[in-house]
Design a protein around this ligand. Structure first.
Ligand code: SF4
Length: 215
């Protein structure tokens, strides 16, 4: 059953209370460092990425140095994140494109971001939300997809593009980006993939999964 607006807002508010900071868990200094950290986080944990990026960005401290880097050397710094050959190739190629076509800046539109090597909608949305604070941004990562489905904010689809559309239709635009960060935090702390800890979850009053499990 479709959620009432009052229920959606109650979920948004409760998540805010639970996770007031709603920060991205990837650590970064410069905008392009966030872009590349998100690329490195594919099929890897944010924690692991945070362990290896200080050394990577110390060895290559500017976009120019990354653009001119030997891909094989970049691979050595990022090896433990998995798929390191493709990731290293993308980071060096994206650095070149940022310098050659975007004046050395991470661009602020979906179309421009999607042209960058290794950047898909999830990464582009994260940049639009965290760097440009664009309203209505939805980062449909695995936690967001799972918990939104359980809560009944979506129809349960696992398709990130559909989750993005369905969440955008119900969430207040100015809240959507932070809502997604809070979904990640809730997914790690309470609503885990294998066994959600419903007994200790304060979202129970509005959760379809919980109410269905009681039926
Ligand atoms: Fe997840 Fe259970 Fe909380 Fe619903 S009540 S959000 S399923 S932990």
């Amino acid at each position: 059953m479709k959620k009432k607006k009052s229920e959606v807002l109650a979920i948004v508010e409760e998540l805010k209370r639970l996770y007031p900071d709603a920060l991205c868990s990837l650590r970064y200094g410069k905008d392009y460092e966030l872009l590349f950290s998100v690329r490195l986080a594919a099929q890897c944990t944010d924690e692991r990425v945070n362990q290896i990026t200080p050394a990577l960005f110390a060895r290559f401290p500017t976009l120019e140095s990354l653009a001119n880097a030997d891909v094989a050397e970049v691979e050595e710094y990022i090896r433990s994140t998995g798929f390191f050959r493709a990731k290293a190739r993308d980071i060096v190629a994206a650095s070149r494109m940022l310098l050659d076509e975007y004046g050395g800046k991470v661009p602020g539109t979906m179309e421009e971001l999607l042209r960058l090597p290794g950047v898909g909608r999830k990464t582009a949305n994260l940049i639009l939300g965290d760097i440009y604070h664009t309203p209505g941004v939805v980062v449909a990562d695995t936690h967001c997809i799972r918990i939104s489905g359980r809560l009944g904010l979506t129809d349960g689809t696992k398709d990130p593009a559909k989750v993005e559309t369905q969440l955008r239709a119900v969430l207040p635009p100015e809240e959507s980006n932070n809502f997604c960060h809070r979904m990640v935090l809730h997914g790690r702390a309470v609503c885990m993939a294998r066994k959600p800890d419903c007994q200790n979850c304060t979202l129970r009053p509005w959760c379809s999964y919980f109410s269905d499990s009681k039926a």
